[in-house]
Design a protein around this ligand. Structure first.
Ligand code: VAH
Length: 313
């Protein structure tokens, strides 16, 4: 059985549905800080505050879980607005989850991010193993999280695995408090208004990925042969690198009248500027066969049709 924390979040809400499709609804216990809503409530759900170790332990024990996918966290912009709270949730929650994984011998997944890199990291084709001096609290949490998860593997033998996610684009659940979320907003505004004003400036390149590819990557990594893994926390993965004008050009292929303009938010622009332009995913490809289905235009076509469907409901 698999327990997912942060199940109502941008990744969790789709990961839970996919896991239930593959392994069966009763095999996947969804947890989040607030009550279940929508289709997630159709299967096992528990309200859990990951900073409460006893609560998380009791739920994990109650369902006799053998795998934990720990997604509960504050994203970059939110974390930068509340750094102390971010440390409490992002690191307090992670160390609780890892301790439970050690005690109950669970397989363990938690994501890192392109946010784990900083201004002194090589920005193009960022290597798997390189300098990581992030300048945001979120980045500090992600680097610490990578090191902590590796520690639980080398010191206690916990089967921890992770990926460094790029910006994730999805239509199921709106992301909360990220920096790459401008790209998600652009699709919603394109459908609603036919235009978008981006808070991230022209020419700001970041790695991006469509959510279905992100979910498949988690499942593929967790099912990979442990003997083939030279790395654990966390694998660089990316689908494509894009800037706001690239998203606009892609949308204009399907909506020629769409227009993009800019009102740069210096706060989130500074976060984006500290991150790489594009990652080298070679290790993920070689060690567990990472691959993507969606390039920018294929994602745009699907996003526009799915967001249109949602807006018509
Ligand atoms: C954020 N979407 O913007 C998240 C992610 C790659 C960035 O960690 O904070």
């Amino acid at each position: 059985k698999i327990l997912v924390t942060g199940a109502l979040g941008q990744i969790g809400s789709e990961l839970v549905m996919k896991l239930r499709e593959i392994y069966g609804t009763d095999q996947v216990i969804a947890t989040d800080i607030r009550k279940a809503e929508g289709r997630i409530a159709e299967g096992p759900f528990e309200v859990v505050d990951v900073t409460d170790a006893d609560q998380l332990f009791d739920v994990t024990k109650k369902y006799q879980v053998d795998t934990m996918m720990h997604l509960a966290a504050l994203l970059s912009a939110k974390a930068e607005e509340n750094p102390k709270l971010a440390w409490h949730i992002n690191m307090g929650g992670l160390v609780n989850a890892l301790e439970i994984a050690r005690e109950l011998k669970l397989q363990f997944f938690t994501p890192s991010s392109i946010g784990a890199f900083g201004p002194s990291t090589p920005k193009d084709q960022t290597p798997q193993d390189t300098l990581q001096r992030p300048t945001t609290m979120y980045g500090v949490n992600k680097v610490s999280g990578e090191l902590l998860a590796d520690y639980y593997y080398t010191r206690f033998g916990v089967d921890t695995r992770g990926v460094r996610f790029p910006g994730l684009i999805s239509y199921v659940t709106l992301p909360g408090g990220g920096t790459t979320d401008y790209a998600v907003e652009m699709y919603y505004e394109a459908v609603k208004k036919g235009s978008y004003t981006s808070y991230i400036g022209k020419g700001t390149y970041m790695d991006m990925m469509y959510m279905p590819d992100a979910i498949n990557a988690i499942i593929q990594l967790m099912e990979a042969d442990a003997n083939k893994l030279q790395h654990r926390n966390a694998f660089n993965i990316s689908a494509f690198s894009a800037a706001p004008e690239d998203f606009a050009a892609s949308i204009q292929k399907y909506m020629p009248s769409f227009t993009l303009d800019y009102a740069v938010d210096p706060f989130r622009q500074a976060i984006a500027d500290s991150w790489p332009n594009n990652l080298d995913s070679t290790c993920a490809i070689e060690e567990w066969g990472f691959k993507v289905e969606y390039d920018l235009d294929k994602m745009t076509r699907d996003m526009l049709s799915k967001v249109k469907q949602k807006q018509e409901q």
